[in-house]
Design a protein around this ligand. Structure first.
Ligand code: 13P
Ligand code: SF4
Length: 300
């Protein structure tokens, strides 16, 4: 059985950095050099001096790391770790969709494939979307892809009327107002915090809405002792670690991102040892996808 110590020793020998999302398994977060939200992970990927980046997350996140570091080796423990948002926005279908919106800019949530990024004018994450949209001219015509729930939330917060692609996150979209009401009934004193990938009826029940990193910040600065956490439950590991005296309640096994959990100590160790599977991308896609990501990083 591969231990935490085995992975830590191997990553040092290889001059590798492990980047992990908050939704990965606790043991994966424990061997990572950096655990973060999509924005933090892309910022970290842009800065690293390591020769190898092992990305414990999902495929589009590893692609972002490769786009920002084309000369580095980017390893992905399981290439099948996808995301319903990225998978639900095919570039050819998007090109067809855009024929109805001449003169519109494409604002793409980072949860999309590299090919879709090449079509975008600017990328956003849930951590910077409101700020970036607010910085655009008020009369800018925008198509937002691929998350209709995040897009709807941005429209309501900024007063925009962006046209929305029809995708959603299969984990966050499963939350319902009824499910939140059940948790509130069981924990009436708790504050409710939610991720903007949730549907409107769920966000309307929340005391705070933000990205995974924003939720962590909110919990740390709030005097409240109890929280209902409406996102993927992997975040509870870091939340509990940072706030040992507070109590957190979340959904059941339905609220788990299956593909984030495909990363484990065994396949991380093997990937580092064998330096594969390696994520390879053509130079043209990297160049075209980098432009809207750099624009986002400038504005973040
Ligand atoms: P953030 O970590 O940016 O909040 O995104 C959540 C998510 O669903 C990542 O796939
Ligand atoms: Fe994609 Fe949702 Fe999983 Fe995040 S939680 S990786 S948005 S499927």
């Amino acid at each position: 059985m591969v231990t935490k110590e085995d992975v830590i020793a191997l990553k040092k020998t290889k001059n590798a950095i492990i980047l992990a999302h908050y939704y990965t398994l606790p043991e994966v977060q424990e061997v990572a050099d950096f655990v973060g939200d999509s924005l933090g992970l892309s910022q970290k990927a842009a800065q690293t001096e390591a020769d190898i980046i092992l990305f414990a997350g999902v495929h589009f996140m590893a692609e972002t790391a490769k786009i920002l570091n084309p000369s580095k080796k980017v390893l992905v423990p399981d290439m099948a770790a996808g995301c319903s948002l990225a998978d639900g926005c095919d570039p050819d279908e998007l090109a067809e969709f855009m024929k109805d919106y001449p003169g519109y800019k494409i604002l793409a949530y980072i949860n999309c494939t590299a090919k879709v990024k090449t079509m975008a004018d600017i990328i956003v994450t849930s951590g910077n979307a409101l700020r970036i949209v607010d910085s655009l001219p008020k009369d800018e015509k925008i198509v937002f892809v691929p998350d209709r729930n995040l897009g709807d939330y941005i429209n309501r917060q900024t007063g925009r009327e962006m046209e929305l692609w029809h995708g959603d996150c299969c984990v966050h979209a499963r939350w319902s107002a009824a499910k939140v009401a059940q948790l509130k009934q069981a924990h009436p004193e708790a504050l409710t915090i939610a991720h903007p990938e949730c549907r409107r009826e769920v966000l309307e029940c929340a005391d705070f809405i933000g990205s995974t990193a924003a939720m962590l910040k909110y919990v740390a600065s709030s005097p409240a002792p109890e929280f209902i956490v409406i996102t993927e439950s992997g975040i509870l590991h870091e939340m509990q670690k940072q706030n040992p005296g507070k109590r957190f309640f979340s959904g059941d096994s339905e609220c788990i991102c299956r593909t984030m959990k495909m990363n484990n100590l065994e396949n991380i160790y093997q990937a580092l040892r064998d330096e594969k599977p390696e994520l390879l991308m053509d130079a043209e896609t990297i160049e075209a996808a980098k432009r809207p990501i750099l624009k986002m990083l400038e504005l973040s």
